[in-house]
Design a protein around this ligand. Structure first.
Ligand SMILES: [Zn+2]
Length: 215
């Protein structure tokens, strides 16, 4: 299901729980950034959504991956030049080693580094948030107070740490890091999204009170 959150931001929420796939987000604000394109064989819903916006794949400027798991990244292979691709360097090396023989991961055009990132007229902050994977990042869109979390936190939940490269202590530290941000939209890698400052705060409270004891 595609939802317009506000002018320039669309969410493609994955709702079929018989098949695993991630939520995908499109920033269409000057430059077009597609965050986590998802599984290759489940890409039709993104294609459909983009078509309804009268966008073709080559009109996407950048594919940005929160991390390298195939349910987030595999469909990157549908995109060719001039669309660029970016991911954290540590994550790229990790996923190449782990899954490079299983699916084709293009060479990034640049790497995501902790700190400020400007794309077109939009200003973001890349936050290193390892734990679910070694090079997971969250992306904070400063002007809009939007936090894209990948698989670090969910609505009432947290990312798995039992997969290769997972680390629960790191995940806890990463969650503590993102809790302090001023967030109107918490845009998660799976499940529902959380909107409204108070709802986001409450979501972090639940995570702290319940899930932290498991980390
Ligand atoms: Zn993942």
């Amino acid at each position: 299901m595609m939802v317009k959150l506000f002018d320039g931001l669309y969410a493609f929420i994955w709702e079929d729980y018989t098949q695993n796939n991630c939520n995908t987000y499109l920033i269409d604000s000057g430059k077009r950034i597609l965050i986590d394109p998802g599984h290759k064989h489940l890409f039709a819903h993104i294609n459909k959504g983009l078509s309804s916006l009268k966008l073709s794949l080559d009109m996407v400027d950048l594919i940005l991956a929160t991390h390298g798991h195939p349910d987030h990244l595999e469909a990157v292979s549908y995109f060719k030049s001039p669309t660029k691709f970016t991911i954290n360097l540590k994550e790229y090396e990790y996923i190449l080693k782990l899954a490079g023989s299983l699916y084709s991961i293009p060479e990034p055009d640049f790497y995501l580094k902790q700190g400020d990132l400007s794309i077109g007229n939009d200003h973001f902050e890349v936050i290193d948030t390892p734990g679910h994977t070694p090079g997971s990042i969250c992306l904070y869109w400063k002007d809009k107070k939007v936090l894209f979390t990948g698989d670090v936190v969910f609505q009432q939940g947290i990312g798995r740490t039992d997969l290769p490269g997972g680390n629960s202590k790191q995940l806890k530290e990463s969650i503590k890091k993102i809790m302090s941000y001023d967030v109107e939209y918490l845009l998660t890698g799976h499940g529902g999204i959380v909107s409204g400052k108070e709802a986001v705060r409450e979501n972090f409270r639940v995570i702290e009170d319940y899930w932290f004891s498991y980390l």
